[in-house]
Design a protein around this ligand. Structure first.
Ligand code: ADP
Length: 484
């Protein structure tokens, strides 16, 4: 060990745990229907993926629960939809402010139930969730200006199904535009991360939202399927896997229900040799290791221009060695726990396939906790486009590196995917950014940054990544009838 390394060892970070005292959980939760708690007939245990510790019992929604929630939303719709738009806005502003007030509690709970580092839930998930409510609150009484020459009307009851990677943020993406447009909602969080949605019901109580405007049902895919198929639903908004999205689309065909789907991705992050390389390395790290890579728009395929490939990979490996993997509630943690045993098994299976197919694996030395679900940040080099790790969404902290020589080749490789959700471009040349953005078949293209989100900016994909947009006015339109 060199002298410098020895000094480095002494400079290790001391633990900086965020207290979990602020979170008060009940032992058992039912479903939130019509502004009150409905006893769950069937329950399961939700755990913390970083410790496998049980956190609470939550309901497995049945067909009867779905019926009750949809009935409550239907009953509330004529009142909510007819409310003076400025009044609707007031409730949304209130929810946004309460989210800000309770942000530490909700951030801790998000990390506890989902495994993501507290610095992400605190600095990204919570501020963005509040921002979405603020943003759509602002549109609630300006719909005629948002969609000129039309008479915007709400659709009715929206059935919304969300995934486990950004539980509260996805809830905000779904509920805020639906309510601003005058719809009522039945929302189902993912089975592994129901707790922030359940505490959000208390936010709704504080905001004095009229009963039935928002109903929350917990449970797994069976509850989701019953919600999608319920005849009392006018619109379905789904974020999750491509497989389930396709199944939902098949089931809704011919029913007249509106649908938006936000599905998987396999984004290319394209790095040109004229870029600011150190900044690009930060962007690459943020692109794939943010939220353990549980991000549908993650930059999971890194395309490096050949002339800088070696240097970039060296820098990246060195940077990986400084990432701190471990306890999500420690404020120094960069990479937290994998969300579930099932997801960990999926990541392991795909990583094994990468090694079998001939890619070279790199993982920095890191001590992973014994309990809980963990996976070290991983980089694969020598990856061929045909490998599964270059084609399939891994949804974990695993990066596949490919190289290219010309911009044309970069575009061809970047577009060689069934998905089309996001992409990144790193170059000093503005004209090249525009040239690339025109050709990359992705709903969102980031230039010299990655994984940036803003409520004013539409987000969504095409091809196997789904259709419809969330955020901005584009995210409001799918909740409205825009007839003359
Ligand atoms: P992932 O777990 O990979 O994010 P899923 O598509 O399985 O993706 O899950 C996303 C959401 O969809 C979760 O809330 C889940 O419970 C729900 N879900 C799963 N299967 C179905 C289904 N057949 N119909 C409706 N919703 C479903």
């Amino acid at each position: 060990m060199t002298e410098l390394e020895q000094v480095g060892e002494r400079w290790d970070y001391a633990p900086a745990p965020e207290s979990r005292e602020i979170v008060q959980l009940r032992d058992r939760y039912g479903h939130y229907v019509g502004g009150t708690w409905r006893e769950a007939t069937d329950t399961y245990t939700t755990i913390s993926p970083s410790s496998e510790e049980p956190l609470a019992q939550v309901g497995q929604g049945t067909a009867a629960d779905v019926d009750a929630a949809v009935a409550a939303a239907r009953e509330a719709f004529p009142v909510w939809g007819a409310l003076r738009p400025a009044e609707r806005a007031k409730y949304l502003f209130r929810i946004a402010r309460i989210l800000q007030e309770r942000s530490r509690e909700l951030a801790v709970l998000e990390s506890l139930n989902g495994g993501k580092p507290i610095k992400e839930s605190r600095d990204v998930d919570l501020p963005l969730a509040a921002a979405h409510f603020f943003y759509y609150a602002g549109w609630a009484d300006k719909l005629e200006y948002a969609f000129p020459n039309s008479t915007p009307r709400p659709l009715g009851v929206a059935g919304q199904i969300i995934p486990w990677n950004f539980p509260l943020l996805m809830l905000a993406w779904k509920i805020a535009p639906a309510l601003a447009a005058g719809n009522t909602v039945v929302l189902k969080p993912a089975e592994t991360t129901p707790l922030t949605a359940l505490v959000f019901c208390d936010v709704l109580r504080q905001a004095e939202l009229p009963p039935g405007v928002v109903n929350i049902l917990t449970g797994d895919g069976r509850t989701g399927a019953a919600l999608v198929e319920h005849p009392g639903i006018d619109k379905v908004a789904f974020t999750g896997s491509t497989e389930v999205g396709k199944e939902i689309q098949r089931r809704l065909a011919g029913t007249g229900k509106r649908l938006t789907l936000e599905l998987g991705g396999k984004a290319a992050n394209v790095v040109f040799d004229d870029c600011a390389l150190d900044q690009a390395v930060e962007g690459i790290v943020n692109g794939i290791y943010f939220n353990q890579g549980h991000v549908c728009c993650a930059g999971s395929r890194l395309l490096l221009q050949e002339s800088i490939a070696e240097q970039a990979v060296d820098k990246l490996k060195r940077r990986l060695g400084t990432l701190r993997v471990g306890e999500p509630l420690d404020k120094n943690t960069d990479v937290g726990a994998i969300n579930s045993a099932q997801q960990l098994a999926k990541i392991r299976e795909l990583v094994a396939s990468g090694e079998e197919e001939g890619a070279e694996i790199f993982q920095p030395e890191c001590r992973l906790p014994e309990k809980g679900y963990w996976f070290a940040p991983t980089v694969f080099t020598n990856v061929a486009q045909s490998y599964r790790i270059a084609q399939e969404e891994i949804f974990g902290p695993v990066l596949s590196v490919l190289t290219f020589r010309t911009p044309e080749e970069a575009v061809e490789k970047a577009n060689n995917t069934a998905y089309g959700l996001s992409a990144g471009v790193w170059t000093e040349k503005g004209s090249r950014i525009l040239w690339m953005a025109e050709r990359l078949r992705a709903g969102v293209v980031w230039a010299n940054t990655f994984n940036r989100f803003d409520p004013t900016s539409p987000f969504g994909g095409y091809r196997e990544s789904g259709f419809g947009r969330e955020g901005g006015l584009h995210g409001l339109a799918p909740y409205l009838e825009l007839g003359e």
